[in-house]
Design a binder for this molecule. Structure first.
Ligand code: SF4
Length: 506
């Protein structure tokens, strides 16, 4: 395939052939506009620029009660500069996270399946305008081999990532999920088999019909990032004659997902592509509130990637500086504003910054990450390395899964490989209540222990296992203390795992 194929109307890259206008209009007011009101958000930020301490403390109480904050309340938190008050906010964010998700970090790894893209986003290495990018799209057997390589490292959760291209439409995504689920790798114990238990998808917005196809293939979370909610900046960064140039098609993708039966969605922005990061935080919360209004189901996750240098992109990180301190504040305010939502900080960021974010309530981190197409297999073959012309951006944290798991354990945090929620039907409306009442946190705690035991026995070196055992013992002791009646059932499953059984959960 060469670049001219991208623009060929025969392949379906013409926006008017992909975007279904009626599937935007039905979710937006008949009077025009959409649910992201730039002017109202900016007015809210200005009107709440000087909140007093007592008001902030009252807002923190609302977060502790696991209630979504009103726009003015999020704006007030964003205005806090006083270091002591900021420390109180971070402390509360950590408490909120602990109540909703307990002391665990869920881990996953992305699988970049294709770098072909018909869009021309000004900040992205996969942009059609980037002639330097060496593009690839994995074939199904290659996808299974990539998944096997991930499984051999100990991964159970995969985030499959696709550019937007006719080659990688809904059928291709659906087949890719099947190819990933097909990967089976012998474990350490005789007869044991390891596999990917959950595949989430990061892809372009789709029609309801296409989303139904992906839903039937067993998707976990459907992730689409708006990149920027600022209408003017969006237009400047995404040319009008591209599919992604249609703000409304992207903004309404989760409404279509809900109508297609996908009740587990992940929102995100790309910080640093426009200067006003506070606007993006406030708009993310507005989007979450709209989803709650529309379906009663808020987002499962927020992702907060920050723009990093990309091959072929004229944009630099110096254009819209977004400091580490502001990043931590953005994470803290998101945790407090939508307390039940998971928060992902990826390996784009350095270990040092991710450690800081741990203290303010993030819930998921990827590890052992490869973002080049076929990177996990290449790594096993000893031919991998970071190459800006073969990946979307550069990574800031290149720790292996084992290193990250061990580092977290040394900080007293347990890594969870749990995929139980999806498989027990605890998604969508079901999980909303469980999250808000702290019930899901109990499952998180128990399933973290069970899956961590499995992982230590199947993948850890003796040194890593020794470093991780104390956190496992501490968690197990806490379960015994907090749930004395239920503990025998947990211990029974734990013992069965120690004896070699796998994939036991609550
Ligand atoms: S950001 Fe996404 S849609 Fe835009 S060029 Fe990159 S891969 Fe394509």
């Amino acid at each position: 395939m060469n670049d001219t194929d991208f623009a060929c109307p025969r392949t379906g890259s013409d926006p008017s052939r992909i975007i279904k206008r009626d599937q935007i209009a039905r979710y937006l007011p008949a009077s025009g506009g959409d649910f992201i009101d730039d002017e109202a958000i900016r007015r809210g930020l200005a009107d709440n620029a000087r909140p007093d301490k007592q008001r902030i403390r009252d807002i923190l109480q609302k977060s502790l009660a696991i209630q979504t904050l009103a726009p003015d309340e999020t704006a007030a938190l964003l205005a806090v500069d006083d270091p002591d008050l900021l420390a109180e906010m971070m402390d509360t964010a950590a408490k909120v996270k602990r109540f909703v998700y307990d002391n665990r970090i869920v881990t996953f790894a992305p699988m970049y399946i294709s770098s072909y893209c018909i869009n021309r986003c000004k900040y992205c290495g996969f942009s059609l305008d980037n002639k330097k990018e060496r593009r690839r799209c994995l074939a199904m057997p290659e996808i299974t081999r990539e998944a096997e390589a991930m499984v051999r490292r100990g991964h159970k959760r995969c985030m499959a990532v696709f550019g937007e291209h006719p080659l990688t439409g809904a059928r291709f995504i659906s087949d890719s999920l099947a190819a990933i689920y097909e990967a089976k790798v012998p474990g350490r114990r005789p007869g044991a088999v390891n596999n990917i238990r959950r595949v989430n998808v990061n892809a372009a917005p789709m029609s309801v019909e296409d989303l139904k196809i992906v839903h039937e293939a067993g998707i976990g979370t459907f992730q689409v990032f708006q990149e920027t909610y600022d209408h003017v900046a969006y237009r400047a960064l995404h040319p009008a004659n591209t599919v992604k140039g249609d703000y409304g098609w992207r903004l309404t993708c989760f409404h279509r997902a809900f109508d297609a039966g996908i009740d587990d969605v992940g929102l995100g922005v790309l910080f640093g592509i426009q200067p006003d990061w506070k606007f993006e935080v406030a708009a993310l919360v507005a989007h979450a509130r709209e989803l709650e209004r529309f379906s009663g189901i808020g987002p499962h996750t927020f992702s907060v990637p920050r723009m990093h240098a990309a091959s072929g992109s004229a944009m630099t990180t110096a254009e819209n500086p977004f400091s580490d301190d502001d990043f931590v504040k953005a994470v803290t305010v998101l945790r407090l504003s939508v307390p039940y939502t998971g928060l992902i900080v990826t390996a784009r960021e350095s270990k040092a910054l991710r450690d800081r974010c741990l203290a303010c309530g993030i819930t998921q981190m990827d590890a052992g990450t490869r973002i080049d197409i076929g990177g996990y297999s290449a790594d096993e073959a000893g031919t991998a390395g970071q190459d800006i012309d073969a990946q979307q951006f550069m990574l800031g944290d290149s720790r292996s899964l084992e290193q990250m798991v061990t580092d977290l354990a040394r900080q007293g945090v347990i890594t969870s490989f749990c995929t139980a929620g999806y498989r027990c039907g605890r998604t969508g409306g079901c999980i909303m209540d469980a999250l808000k009442t702290g019930k899901e946190g109990t499952f998180c705690k128990i399933n973290a222990v069970l899956t961590f035991r499995e992982w230590l026995d199947d993948f850890a070196s003796p040194e890593s296992a020794a470093a991780c055992e104390p956190v496992l013992e501490k968690e197990l002791a806490e379960i015994a203390e907090q749930f004395p009646k239920f503990f025998p059932q947990v211990k029974a499953r734990y013992d069965r795992i120690c004896a070699g059984e796998r994939d036991l959960y609550f």
